[in-house]
Design a protein around this ligand. Structure first.
Ligand code: ATP
Length: 374
């Protein structure tokens, strides 16, 4: 890989005998926006803390360009961190918060003035210099934290769920702003989130983690279209995941039908997991269906309907603009490129059936019907 800025090699960490990170290796390029994504407790923050120098790994190495960072203290690393709780200095005004790192570095006053001005301009806070931190909204505080972190021009910025405290609308706006700032300044960002949409929309590459292990590293498109295992397929977006058999190259059997697909290289009759995204399933008249089933629930989602279809006891989710009533017998048509084959893994059989989804829904609608009758 070109211009590798940061390299984690075989990092392992235990806390109280519990393995938190297990042999994590990762390379991050200069100017890249990489997101660590995974459920709560999977080890994202711990990875960030190791890079920042706040946690020492039990095993493994952290390299920055050609230098080993393991023994470099946090304040001497070419890295800065923005935490979820912005940790602004409440006794300093906006100007002094942004100037703080520069003062520590004994930067001349004229340069501090220019940098603070540039940074506040970048985050749209010119005119706020003398304001107390306590008088700022969450979004404004977040901008001060970004300006403060970038004022010292770190080569690498670590961001730990920096938008977690903001409401959805502001969060979306800040996602766009952060991405623009990152591009404009050409600083490498390592960003932690458990929000898959945020990860997909902002990152050059996404690192999906679970239980202290990297499950997949790839571009957002790779992660969505070619998930490595059932965990990744389930964690990123909605997925129907069924047991299947690769009969031969480009031929997969699942749900009682043989499908053409684009996958090859599996052993003949190899057991596999098959992913089909809900938006990639076409509804056709029942006699034309590759699969046939009965609609068990319909939810209007604004742009499309989300319908649950019972196919031989396995509940599929289909997203469609065609309304289908509950009880309708329908056919499903699946194009070869909508089928993605995955190797069996420790996650096989754990995800991908929407039974619980529709049962909950059924219970709700039963209760509603009950009240109508009363
Ligand atoms: P979240 O999204 O909830 O912040 P995360 O993926 O960032 O989760 P980490 O904060 O890295 O997860 O924590 C991973 C695991 O390590 C958790 O089970 C956590 O309780 C544990 N852990 C983290 N720091 C310590 C510590 N100092 N001592 C003991 N256990 C810890």
């Amino acid at each position: 890989m070109n211009n590798v800025l940061l390299r984690l090699r075989n990092i392992s960490v235990k806390f109280d005998d519990e393995t938190i990170l297990d042999d994590v290796s990762l390379e991050i390029c200069d100017k890249e926006f990489v997101t660590l994504l995974g459920p709560s407790g999977c080890g994202k923050t711990t990875t960030l803390r190791i890079i920042g120098g706040f946690v020492s790994p039990d095993k493994g190495e952290v390299w920055f360009e050609n230098g080993l960072l393991n023994d470099v203290p946090a304040h001497k690393r070419p890295v800065n961190t923005i935490f979820q709780k912005y940790a602004l200095f409440p006794n300093l005004n906006v100007y002094e918060n942004v100037a703080f790192g520069l003062r520590v570095k004994k930067t001349p006053e004229s340069e501090i003035k220019k940098t603070v001005h540039d940074m506040l301009s970048m985050v749209n806070l010119l005119g706020f210099e003398r304001r107390d931190i306590s008088t700022l909204s969450g979004g404004q505080q977040q901008r001060v934290a970004i300006a403060r972190a970038l004022a010292v021009k770190p080569r690498l910025l670590l961001l730990d769920e920096p938008l977690g405290a903001l409401d959805l609308k502001l969060r979306k706006d800040m996602q766009v702003e952060l991405k623009n700032i990152q591009k404009r300044l050409g600083i490498t960002f390592i960003y932690v989130t458990h929000d898959q949409e945020e990860a997909l929309s902002m990152s050059d590459r996404v690192v999906v983690m679970n239980n202290g292990v990297i499950q997949q590293i790839g571009t957002p498109e790779d992660i969505y279209n070619e998930p490595e295992n059932a965990f990744v397929a389930d964690f990123i977006g909605e997925s129907n995941i069924v047991d299947g058999v690769m009969l031969e190259d480009y031929k997969a059997q699942f749900s009682g039908h043989t499908f053409e697909c684009l996958d090859k290289g599996y052993a003949p009759k190899e057991q596999v997991d098959v992913v089909v995204r809900p938006e990639d399933v076409d509804i056709v008249p029942v006699e034309q269906g590759m699969l046939k089933g009965t609609v068990t629930s319909v939810t209007f989602k604004g742009v499309h309907f989300e319908i649950i279809v019972d196919i031989g006891g396995f509940k599929w989710m289909v997203q469609t603009t065609d309304y289908q009533p509950v009880g309708a017998n329908i056919g499903l048509f699946i194009e070869p490129d909508a089928i993605h084959i995955m190797k069996k893994s420790e996650y096989s059989g754990m995800y991908g059936d929407y039974s619980s989804f529709s049962e909950d829904f059924d219970k709700l609608s039963d209760a509603e019907e009950g009240s109508d009758n009363a």
